[in-house]
Design a protein around this ligand. Structure first.
Ligand SMILES: CCCCCCCCCCCCC/C=C/[C@@H](O)[C@H](COP(=O)(O)O)NC(=O)CCCCCCCCCCCCCCC
Length: 296
């Protein structure tokens, strides 16, 4: 009798999270629109051309120049380019997008910001179906932003700061609740991506200091628990926990990232994490200054 009880317990332990995940996948697939990602361009130019642009960040001096030279060398490295050619996801595009995200006068450029995210979607899509609901959720948020950017007030959505001003001036931001029949504001939507960016930065950092013995799913889960999980419901946290179990091993992950040598992996990952931190910190300050960190 006790044996039967135990086997039921085991069955529920597997069945409940699995059913949760399946329902979540179903709901997101039914509810969410398809998205077609455009080719990677920044300011009308292919992403790989961005590296020839002079880096401009007054806070960083010589170190930055050396770092930039190293990154440029990495991206332009013929062998590296040849190996990565034809691969959907390119971490150097993420790097390029987030490095070009902050304008000279400290504005967050939304088109560049979103193009970094679009590249991450390619990464998630290459991981398979289990990550589909996360990819769909990210896509939905990007789609909402794209509608604003392409709309009649598109010019107001050029930067984070101009978007906030525009939406506040026109009473478009809901501070108390999210009405069901209303498209979420740009401020609220970007805040969701902003919170996820903290997870990403932490995951990339953890991955950059990891060794071949480390379990990527665990690193992912740790980064999640320290950051994004605080903003998610129990239901979403269970689904995320299941997705982490399906994370490919580190070696496979680095292959998708198109880095083959350990030093190269460490450098590319930490550089990308750093470029994200700059964008995250500035965005955080702007949201904080407007009392918008808890938009429902
Ligand atoms: C390596 C891929 C692993 C990805 C794991 C990321 C963990 C995040 C779990 C996210 C669950 C998303 C399900 C839905 C969440 C929403 O409830 C929630 C709130 O939205 P709402 O207020 O409109 O209701 N939405 C969000 O928080 C937005 C989440 C966006 C998730 C972005 C995840 C980005 C993953 C990028 C992977 C790139 C890895 C690159 C590694 C080198």
């Amino acid at each position: 009798m006790a044996g039967v009880g135990l086997s039921y317990l085991r069955y529920y332990k597997i069945f409940v999270p699995l059913a949760t995940l399946l329902v979540l996948i179903y709901v997101t697939c039914v509810r969410l629109p398809e998205v077609h990602l455009s080719a990677c361009t920044e300011n009308g130019r292919p992403c790989n051309e961005m590296w020839s642009k002079k880096e401009r960040d007054p806070e960083e001096g010589k170190d930055k120049e050396m770092m930039t030279a190293k990154v440029v060398a990495l991206v332009q490295n013929v062998e590296y380019t040849r190996q990565c050619e034809g691969m959907e996801f390119q971490i150097t595009r993420v790097l390029a997008a987030f490095r070009s995200c902050i304008s000279e006068d400290g504005q967050i450029l939304l088109k560049e910001y979103l193009s970094g995210w679009k590249e991450f979607i390619k990464f998630m899509d290459s991981l398979g179906m289990v990550f589909g609901f996360i990819s769909q959720e990210t896509t939905t948020k990007i789609n909402i932003m794209n509608v604003y950017l392409a709309g009649s007030s598109g010019a107001e959505y050029h930067t984070l700061q101009s978007m906030i001003k525009h939406e506040l001036d026109h009473g478009l931001v809901n501070f108390k609740e999210l009405p069901r029949d209303q498209v979420p504001s740009g401020c609220r939507t970007l805040l969701r991506l902003h919170r996820a960016l903290k997870w990403l930065e932490m995951f990339l950092y953890k991955l950059s200091i990891s060794t071949s013995q480390d379990n990527t799913g665990k690193l992912c889960a740790l980064a999640y628990e320290e950051t994004l999980a605080h903003h998610h419901s129990w239901f979403v946290r269970q689904a995320a926990a299941l997705a982490f179990l399906a994370m490919p091993p580190r070696r496979e992950l680095l292959q998708i990232l198109c880095v083959h040598k350990e030093e190269e992996a460490q450098f590319v990952l930490s550089t990308t994490a750093k470029s994200i931190i700059r964008v995250y910190d500035l965005t955080q300050r702007v949201y904080e200054a407007h009392g918008m960190l808890e938009l429902p």
